[in-house]
Design a protein around this ligand. Sequence first.
Ligand code: HEM
Ligand code: HEM
Length: 180
Amino acid sequence: MKSTDQGYGLPARLLHWGMAIAILAMFGLGVWMRTLSYYSTWYHRAPDIHKSIGIILLLALCLRFIWHLLDHRPDDSYLKSSERKISALVHHGFYLLLAALMAAGYLIATLDGHVISVFGWADVPALYQQKGLEDWAGLIHEWLAYALMALVVLHAAAALKHHFVDRDKTLQRMIRSNPK
Ligand code: HEM
Ligand code: HEM
């Protein structure tokens, strides 16, 4: 289960790729739902889905962060020291940006006192209420979402560069536990 020097363990890989797909889908859904007119059948449904998946992602992020602290770090001594520093910065940047993005999303939805219904299975209460701050939370959420996407482009480009240009095992070890 745990990562080894050679590669990432199954929980780390499942959390990485599962969350990556969900986060990219959430970005598309967020941009699309803002274009809907009041008369669209998706006008309420799309934000409900966005918020529900958002809460599940928030739980997944907490789980992932705890696992990241407990897990073994794969050996990265084959990387240059500058590469190790930048990747640690980008990886921690992801955790911070995601936490702030989700907190802002939670605030947009709850500052006016509404609860968030997660697919009708559970209600997340409004912990802090202050009418009038929703627009600020919305603006912050939007900018953080764009900043996150910029970091994803950088991160994916770096992964592809390691695979196709440097031809090392950086991408492979996020795909299989024992890359050649
Ligand atoms: C991976 C996480 C997330 C991503 C990538 C994401 C992305 C986005 C994007 C791109 C928008 C459109 C912004 C705009 O054009 O104004 C948006 C809007 C929104 N998001 Fe998220 N979001 C995430 C998580 C969440 C969470 C956790 C919640 C709440 C529980 C949430 C609630 C909302 C709400 C209520 C809006 C509508 C904002 C408005 O109408 O001003 N989001 N999101
Ligand atoms: C929303 C999208 C993404 C997020 C938030 C994300 C986040 C992260 C984080 C936080 C790590 C550090 C390991 C961990 O804590 O799990 C990581 C590692 C990694 N990611 Fe991503 N990632 C995303 C998308 C991608 C994509 C599209 C690719 C490939 C094209 C990719 C390739 C990798 C690789 C190869 C590693 C291992 C790097 C190493 O061992 O130094 N990621 N990612």
